[in-house]
Design a protein around this ligand. Structure first.
Ligand code: NAD
Ligand code: WQD
Length: 338
C-alpha cells in the first residue's frame, strides 16, 4: 500500500476517488485550494472511511508553496491530479484563468515531485466531435472546442513530453466521459457553485424546487429522439478506475510510459432518456421544455471501452438508474430532505 497525493481531492471526482483509494488500503493526502470545494467534504470522507486524510490548503499555481509541500512530503509514491478549473463556458469568457490554472498547476507539480506514478484527469472533450462511434483512444485529437478542452489536450502533450525526458516518470491519462451520481452514503457528491451547467445537477436541483424547469438544449438532432447522446458514468465506477490505473503504475505493469484510457460505460443515453430514468427512480415528474441547441454541443459521443476493459481489467458496473438515484439522494441530503 502506498502514500498517494490527490490534488483537487475535496472536489467532486477527487473526493470519490479518495474514498476508493482508502478502501483499497492506500494512505491518502490531499491538496486543494477550496476554489470549488468546501472543507465540509473532509467530514464526509471521515464518516465514510473512518479516516481523515492529511489535508493541505494550497494553490498549485504557487510554485514556492508546492516546493515546500514536497520538501516535507518526501515519501509520496503516486499522484492523482484532479485540481483544475472545469467550466467550459467560463473558459471561453476567461481563457487566461484556464490556461494559468490548469497548466501552471500541472507544471508546478511536475517540477516539484519525485513521485514516479501520475494519473491525469483528461476528458472526452479532447476528441471534439467524433467521426466514428464508439470513440476509441486512437481517434484523432481535433482542434479543441474551448480553452478548457485545449488545456486537457495540452496537459496530455506536456505529460507525454515529460515522461520521455524523465526516465522514472510513468503517466496514465484517463479520458472521462460524463461523470454523474454520488457515493451511496450520500455523504459526498457534486456541489456546483451557482447555476449548474451540467445536466444531472440541473435535473436534481429542478426536482428539489431550486430551479423552475430544465431546458433541454435541442430536440432536432439526428438521434433516436432528437436530443444529444452522452456516455454517463457513475462517479464511483470512475473513482475505481483511478485506483486500478494507479495500481498498474505501482506494479510497473504498464506497457508504455504514457498511456491513455477512455473511462465510460460504452453506452450512450439521450437527454430525454436521462430525464425519464430520473423520473422513474425518483417517482417525480420533472418540469422541462425544449430550448434551442447549446453552442458547442457535440451531437453524440460515447466511449469504446475495450482498452480499459481488457488492458486495465476495469469495467463500469453501475447502471444509469443507480447513478441517478444516488444523485437524487445526495441532492436531498444537501437540502436536508429525507
Ligand atoms: P471539481 O471542481 O469538483 O474539483 C476540482 C478541485 O480542484 C476543486 O476542489 C478545486 O477547489 C480544486 N482546485 C482547482 N484549482 C486548484 C489549484 N490551483 N490548486 C489546488 N486546488 C485546485 O471538478 P471535478 O468535476 O471533480 O473534476 C476533476 C478533474 O476532472 C478536473 O481536472 C476536470 O477537468 C476533470 N474532468 C471533469 C469532468 C466532469 O464532468 N466533472 C469530466 C472530464 C474531466
Ligand atoms: C449533457 C447533455 C446538453 C444541461 C461537459 C463538458 C465536458 C466534460 C463533461 C469536463 C448535453 C444537455 C445540459 C441543461 C441540457 N467535462 N443539457 N440542459 O456538455 O456533455 O460535457 O461535461 O471535461 O468537457 O463539456 O455535459 O452535462 O453539460 O450536458 O439539455 O441544462 O445535456 O446539451 O446534450 P457535456 P453536460
Amino acid at each position: 500500500m502506498a502514500k498517494i497525493l490527490v490534488t483537487g481531492g475535496l472536489g467532486y471526482i477527487g473526493s470519490h476517488t479518495v474514498v476508493a483509494l482508502i478502501n483499497q488500503g492506500h494512505e491518502v493526502c490531499i491538496i486543494d485550494d477550496l476554489s470549488n470545494s468546501s472543507l465540509k467534504v473532509l467530514d464526509g470522507l471521515e464518516k465514510i472511511t473512518g479516516k481523515k486524510p492529511d489535508f493541505c490548503q494550497l494553490d498549485l499555481r504557487d510554485l514556492e508553496a508546492v516546493k515546500i509541500y514536497f520538501s516535507n512530503q518526501t515519501d509520496i509514491e503516486g499522484i492523482v491530479h484532479f485540481a483544475a478549473s472545469k467550466a467550459v463556458g467560463e473558459s471561453v469568457e476567461n481563457p487566461l484563468l484556464y490556461y494559468h490554472n490548469n497548466l501552471t498547476g500541472l507544471i508546478n507539480l511536475l517540477k516539484c515531485t519525485a513521485a514516479k506514478n501520475f494519473i491525469f484527469s483528461s476528458s472526452c472533450t479532447v476528441y471534439g466531435s467524433p467521426d466514428d462511434l464508439p470513440i476509441t483512444e486512437d481517434a484523432p485529437i481535433k482542434p479543441a472546442m474551448s480553452p478548457y478542452g485545449n488545456t486537457k489536450q495540452i496537459g496530455e502533450e506536456i505529460l507525454k513530453d515529460v515522461t520521455l525526458a524523465n526516465p522514472s516518470l510513468n503517466v496514465i491519462a484517463l479520458r472521462y466521459f460524463n461523470p454523474i451520481g454520488a457515493h451511496h452514503s450520500a455523504l459526498i457528491g457534486e456541489l456546483p457553485i451557482g447555476i449548474p451547467q451540467n445536466l444531472v445537477p440541473f435535473i436534481t436541483q429542478t426536482a428539489i424546487g431550486l430551479r423552475q424547469e430544465l431546458k433541454v438544449f435541442g430536440n432536432d438532432y439526428p438521434t433516436v429522439d432528437g436530443t444529444c447522446v452522452r456516455d454517463y458514468i457513475h462517479v464511483m465506477d470512475l473513482a475505481e478506475a483511478h485506483v486500478i490505473a494507479l495500481q498498474r503504475l505501482l506494479n510497473q505493469t504498464n506497457e508504455d510510459k504514457f498511456e491513455v484510457f477512455n473511462v465510460g460505460t460504452g453506452a450512450g443515453s439521450t437527454v430525454l432518456e436521462v430525464i425519464h430514468a430520473f423520473e422513474s427512480v425518483s417517482g417525480l415528474k420533472l418540469p422541462f421544455k425544449f430550448a434551442p441547441r447549446r453552442e458547442g454541443d457535440v451531437i453524440e459521443i460515447y466511449a469504446h471501452t475495450e482498452k480499459a476493459n481488457k488492458v486495465l481489467g476495469w469495467k463500469a458496473s453501475r447502471t444509469l438508474d443507480e447513478a441517478l438515484k444516488s444523485a437524487w439522494l445526495w441532492e436531498c441530503h444537501v437540502r436536508n430532505i429525507s
